[in-house]
Design a protein around this ligand. Structure first.
Ligand code: ADP
Ligand code: MG
Ligand code: MG
Length: 208
Protein backbone atom coordinates (compact mmCIF):
# COMPACT_ATOMS: atom_id res chain seq x y z
CA UNK A 1 0.00 0.00 0.00
CA UNK A 2 0.95 3.67 -0.07
CA UNK A 3 2.70 3.79 3.30
CA UNK A 4 4.91 0.87 2.34
CA UNK A 5 5.73 2.52 -0.98
CA UNK A 6 6.78 5.70 0.79
CA UNK A 7 9.00 3.79 3.17
CA UNK A 8 10.55 1.90 0.27
CA UNK A 9 11.31 5.15 -1.56
CA UNK A 10 12.97 6.69 1.49
CA UNK A 11 14.98 3.50 2.05
CA UNK A 12 16.04 3.44 -1.62
CA UNK A 13 17.21 7.04 -1.59
CA UNK A 14 19.10 6.45 1.66
CA UNK A 15 20.75 3.32 0.25
CA UNK A 16 21.77 5.15 -2.92
CA UNK A 17 23.19 8.11 -0.98
CA UNK A 18 25.13 5.68 1.17
CA UNK A 19 26.46 3.70 -1.77
CA UNK A 20 27.54 6.85 -3.61
CA UNK A 21 29.33 8.00 -0.49
CA UNK A 22 31.31 4.78 -0.29
CA UNK A 23 32.04 4.80 -4.05
CA UNK A 24 32.86 8.50 -4.16
CA UNK A 25 36.61 8.06 -4.47
CA UNK A 26 36.26 5.25 -6.97
CA UNK A 27 33.97 7.33 -9.19
CA UNK A 28 36.39 10.22 -8.93
CA UNK A 29 39.26 7.93 -10.00
CA UNK A 30 37.25 6.78 -13.01
CA UNK A 31 36.48 10.39 -13.92
CA UNK A 32 40.11 11.43 -13.45
CA UNK A 33 41.11 8.93 -16.15
CA UNK A 34 38.80 10.33 -18.85
CA UNK A 35 37.25 13.50 -17.39
CA UNK A 36 37.83 16.13 -14.73
CA UNK A 37 37.80 14.00 -11.57
CA UNK A 38 34.57 15.34 -10.09
CA UNK A 39 31.90 12.70 -10.76
CA UNK A 40 32.17 11.18 -7.29
CA UNK A 41 32.00 14.56 -5.56
CA UNK A 42 29.20 15.75 -7.85
CA UNK A 43 26.94 12.79 -7.15
CA UNK A 44 27.80 12.68 -3.47
CA UNK A 45 26.82 16.33 -3.03
CA UNK A 46 23.63 15.76 -5.01
CA UNK A 47 22.37 12.63 -3.30
CA UNK A 48 23.21 14.04 0.12
CA UNK A 49 21.09 17.10 -0.69
CA UNK A 50 18.31 14.90 -2.07
CA UNK A 51 18.29 12.83 1.11
CA UNK A 52 18.44 15.89 3.40
CA UNK A 53 15.53 17.50 1.56
CA UNK A 54 13.40 14.37 1.24
CA UNK A 55 9.93 14.54 2.76
CA UNK A 56 8.76 11.03 3.76
CA UNK A 57 5.13 12.22 3.62
CA UNK A 58 5.31 13.04 -0.08
CA UNK A 59 3.41 10.78 -2.45
CA UNK A 60 5.68 8.74 -4.77
CA UNK A 61 5.61 11.16 -7.72
CA UNK A 62 6.34 14.19 -5.53
CA UNK A 63 9.08 12.32 -3.68
CA UNK A 64 10.91 11.29 -6.85
CA UNK A 65 10.41 14.72 -8.38
CA UNK A 66 11.90 16.44 -5.32
CA UNK A 67 14.91 14.11 -5.45
CA UNK A 68 15.35 14.94 -9.13
CA UNK A 69 15.15 18.68 -8.47
CA UNK A 70 17.72 18.40 -5.69
CA UNK A 71 20.09 16.53 -8.02
CA UNK A 72 19.41 19.05 -10.77
CA UNK A 73 20.42 21.96 -8.56
CA UNK A 74 23.32 20.31 -6.68
CA UNK A 75 25.14 17.83 -8.91
CA UNK A 76 26.22 20.21 -11.65
CA UNK A 77 28.37 19.17 -14.58
CA UNK A 78 26.98 17.12 -17.42
CA UNK A 79 25.50 14.48 -15.18
CA UNK A 80 23.39 16.81 -12.99
CA UNK A 81 20.77 17.75 -15.59
CA UNK A 82 20.82 14.21 -16.97
CA UNK A 83 20.25 12.45 -13.66
CA UNK A 84 18.18 15.17 -12.00
CA UNK A 85 16.17 16.57 -14.88
CA UNK A 86 15.29 13.14 -16.20
CA UNK A 87 14.23 11.90 -12.78
CA UNK A 88 12.06 14.99 -12.26
CA UNK A 89 10.31 14.49 -15.60
CA UNK A 90 9.92 10.69 -15.33
CA UNK A 91 8.49 11.04 -11.80
CA UNK A 92 5.11 11.95 -13.32
CA UNK A 93 4.72 8.28 -14.32
CA UNK A 94 4.23 7.57 -10.60
CA UNK A 95 1.28 9.97 -10.21
CA UNK A 96 -1.15 7.04 -9.94
CA UNK A 97 1.24 5.20 -7.63
CA UNK A 98 4.04 2.72 -8.13
CA UNK A 99 2.89 -0.41 -9.91
CA UNK A 100 4.67 -2.91 -12.11
CA UNK A 101 3.23 -1.12 -15.11
CA UNK A 102 4.14 2.39 -13.97
CA UNK A 103 7.65 1.24 -13.11
CA UNK A 104 8.18 0.23 -16.76
CA UNK A 105 6.76 3.56 -17.94
CA UNK A 106 9.02 5.38 -15.50
CA UNK A 107 12.11 3.53 -16.71
CA UNK A 108 11.29 4.24 -20.34
CA UNK A 109 10.54 7.92 -19.69
CA UNK A 110 13.81 8.28 -17.78
CA UNK A 111 15.87 6.73 -20.58
CA UNK A 112 14.12 8.85 -23.22
CA UNK A 113 14.79 12.02 -21.26
CA UNK A 114 18.48 11.23 -20.76
CA UNK A 115 18.85 10.59 -24.50
CA UNK A 116 16.87 13.73 -25.34
CA UNK A 117 18.84 16.02 -23.10
CA UNK A 118 22.29 14.60 -23.73
CA UNK A 119 21.91 13.62 -27.37
CA UNK A 120 23.91 10.44 -26.79
CA UNK A 121 23.15 7.02 -28.26
CA UNK A 122 24.42 3.57 -27.37
CA UNK A 123 28.10 3.37 -28.25
CA UNK A 124 29.01 6.96 -27.32
CA UNK A 125 30.53 5.76 -24.01
CA UNK A 126 28.09 7.44 -21.61
CA UNK A 127 25.51 6.48 -19.01
CA UNK A 128 23.21 5.69 -21.97
CA UNK A 129 25.27 2.54 -22.57
CA UNK A 130 24.33 1.28 -19.09
CA UNK A 131 20.80 2.65 -19.00
CA UNK A 132 19.62 1.31 -22.35
CA UNK A 133 20.22 -2.40 -21.63
CA UNK A 134 18.85 -1.83 -18.11
CA UNK A 135 15.56 -0.42 -19.35
CA UNK A 136 15.16 -2.75 -22.33
CA UNK A 137 15.88 -5.82 -20.21
CA UNK A 138 13.52 -4.69 -17.45
CA UNK A 139 10.69 -4.04 -19.91
CA UNK A 140 11.17 -7.34 -21.69
CA UNK A 141 11.36 -9.30 -18.45
CA UNK A 142 8.05 -7.81 -17.30
CA UNK A 143 6.10 -7.65 -20.55
CA UNK A 144 7.42 -10.63 -22.49
CA UNK A 145 8.75 -13.05 -19.87
CA UNK A 146 6.09 -12.13 -17.30
CA UNK A 147 8.59 -11.97 -14.44
CA UNK A 148 7.85 -10.18 -11.20
CA UNK A 149 9.51 -6.76 -10.70
CA UNK A 150 12.26 -8.10 -8.43
CA UNK A 151 13.30 -10.84 -10.86
CA UNK A 152 13.12 -8.29 -13.68
CA UNK A 153 15.30 -5.89 -11.69
CA UNK A 154 17.82 -8.63 -11.13
CA UNK A 155 18.06 -9.24 -14.88
CA UNK A 156 18.30 -5.50 -15.44
CA UNK A 157 21.24 -5.26 -13.04
CA UNK A 158 23.07 -8.01 -14.97
CA UNK A 159 22.40 -6.22 -18.24
CA UNK A 160 23.62 -2.94 -16.77
CA UNK A 161 26.85 -4.59 -15.68
CA UNK A 162 27.44 -5.75 -19.24
CA UNK A 163 26.64 -2.23 -20.44
CA UNK A 164 29.30 -0.77 -18.15
CA UNK A 165 31.85 -3.32 -19.41
CA UNK A 166 30.92 -2.39 -22.98
CA UNK A 167 31.99 1.22 -22.34
CA UNK A 168 35.59 0.25 -21.53
CA UNK A 169 36.95 -0.72 -24.96
CA UNK A 170 35.13 1.98 -26.94
CA UNK A 171 36.00 5.58 -27.76
CA UNK A 172 33.94 8.40 -26.22
CA UNK A 173 31.93 10.54 -28.62
CA UNK A 174 29.95 12.59 -26.07
CA UNK A 175 30.82 14.56 -22.97
CA UNK A 176 34.23 15.51 -21.64
CA UNK A 177 35.77 12.11 -22.33
CA UNK A 178 35.25 12.72 -26.06
CA UNK A 179 37.94 15.45 -25.90
CA UNK A 180 40.44 12.62 -25.31
CA UNK A 181 39.58 10.90 -28.57
CA UNK A 182 41.29 7.52 -28.78
CA UNK A 183 42.89 8.04 -25.36
CA UNK A 184 39.47 7.47 -23.84
CA UNK A 185 39.67 3.81 -24.93
CA UNK A 186 40.42 1.33 -22.15
CA UNK A 187 38.58 3.09 -19.31
CA UNK A 188 35.03 2.43 -18.09
CA UNK A 189 32.65 5.39 -18.22
CA UNK A 190 32.04 7.00 -14.81
CA UNK A 191 28.37 7.82 -15.44
CA UNK A 192 27.64 4.31 -16.68
CA UNK A 193 29.31 2.99 -13.54
CA UNK A 194 27.27 5.22 -11.20
CA UNK A 195 24.12 4.18 -13.06
CA UNK A 196 24.96 0.57 -12.20
CA UNK A 197 25.34 1.48 -8.51
CA UNK A 198 21.90 3.11 -8.51
CA UNK A 199 20.34 0.07 -10.13
CA UNK A 200 22.05 -2.28 -7.67
CA UNK A 201 20.72 -0.30 -4.71
CA UNK A 202 17.19 -0.16 -6.15
CA UNK A 203 17.35 -3.93 -6.58
CA UNK A 204 18.79 -4.59 -3.13
CA UNK A 205 16.19 -2.48 -1.32
CA UNK A 206 13.40 -4.13 -3.34
CA UNK A 207 14.76 -7.52 -2.30
CA UNK A 208 14.49 -6.70 1.41
P1 ADP B 1 31.27 16.53 -16.14
O1 ADP B 1 31.69 15.65 -17.25
O2 ADP B 1 30.59 17.77 -16.59
O3 ADP B 1 32.39 16.79 -15.17
P2 ADP B 1 30.30 14.42 -14.43
O4 ADP B 1 31.73 14.10 -14.23
O5 ADP B 1 29.47 14.55 -13.20
O6 ADP B 1 30.12 15.73 -15.32
O7 ADP B 1 29.60 13.29 -15.31
C1 ADP B 1 30.28 12.66 -16.37
C2 ADP B 1 29.38 11.59 -16.94
O8 ADP B 1 28.25 12.17 -17.56
C3 ADP B 1 30.04 10.76 -18.03
O9 ADP B 1 30.78 9.69 -17.50
C4 ADP B 1 28.86 10.29 -18.88
O10 ADP B 1 28.34 9.05 -18.42
C5 ADP B 1 27.82 11.35 -18.63
N1 ADP B 1 27.63 12.18 -19.80
C6 ADP B 1 28.38 13.21 -20.22
N2 ADP B 1 27.87 13.76 -21.34
C7 ADP B 1 26.76 13.02 -21.64
C8 ADP B 1 25.77 13.06 -22.69
N3 ADP B 1 25.82 13.99 -23.64
N4 ADP B 1 24.79 12.13 -22.68
C9 ADP B 1 24.72 11.20 -21.70
N5 ADP B 1 25.62 11.12 -20.70
C10 ADP B 1 26.62 12.00 -20.67
MG1 MG C 1 33.47 15.12 -14.41
MG1 MG D 1 32.92 18.56 -14.14
Amino acid sequence: DEGIQREALVATLAAIADRIESEKDHLTDLDSAIGDADHGANLHRGFQAALDGADPDDDPAAFVKAAGMALLSKVGGASGPLYGGSLAVASSEFEEGITTESSVAFAEAYLEKVKDRGGASVGDKTMVDALTPAVHTYKRAIEVDDLDPLAALSKAVDATERGVRFTTPIRASKGRASYLGWRSVGHPDPGATSTLYLLEEIHDVAAE
